[in-house]
Design a protein around this ligand. Sequence first.
Ligand SMILES: [Zn+2]
Ligand SMILES: [Zn+2]
Length: 272
Amino acid sequence: MLSDYHMHCKPYSPDARDSMADMAKGALRRGMTHICVTNHIENCTQSPEFPDQFPPFDDWAALWRDFSAVREKYLGRLDVRLGAEVGAPHYLPEEGRRIYARPELDFVIGSVHNLRRARDFYYLNYPEDFENFRPAVEQYLDEYIELSRSGMCDALGHIGYMQKYMARQGKGFDLMLFEDRLRTLFKACVERGVGIEINTAALSDALGEFLPQPSVVKLYRDMGGEIVTVGSDSHRAEDAGKGIREGFELLRTCGFRYVCLYKAHKPEFVKI
Ligand SMILES: [Zn+2]
Ligand SMILES: [Zn+2]
């Protein structure tokens, strides 16, 4: 059993290269047994100051048609489910709740890609002295704490996201510097039944590491966290399922015995 619970496809994710059918094909080729397609929905982070944000999504009919055809095609070979990666749904709570309640979605990843009234971390130039960036990381983790209490997502996406882009600029930091905040966050997750994802995309990037970093995954486990998904965050068919085996290995190392699939926002625990 191998599950990839984070992938994007065109035309729903503007940064994706391949169709949903091709992503499924790529995942099957890499040995996946279960996938969840999670396209970007950035409806809650729209800002006139930052037009580089992905446009809002609302074509549920087209997405559902596409998904139904792919699910049908792979029936019995690959379990295909539909989810979404929603950018900071708690920034616009009414919209965040509306998306979470869509009947098409089995699973919602909540991801903070940008602070309020700021650009995606992808676009930032990071300071030489980390101290100048520390408040941004604090604010970033505070947003995840709020998100985990919001009821607008099932799992938290790629905690430590900016580490991926800092590494491309030869910079970095240990997220465990913020252990107090991480403890507050994971306490909220455990109380609320919110999971975390092990995102494998940065393994093959400059960072060369999981997000969140293994010591943070271990902290979640040590605090009683049990709900985890693993996702490649792939945007091309050849990357579907990439790093998933390694992600499962990390889970075992950290003491997890189950990985989660989702149906109607309810975690299904599968032995690993
Ligand atoms: Zn993301
Ligand atoms: Zn993603």
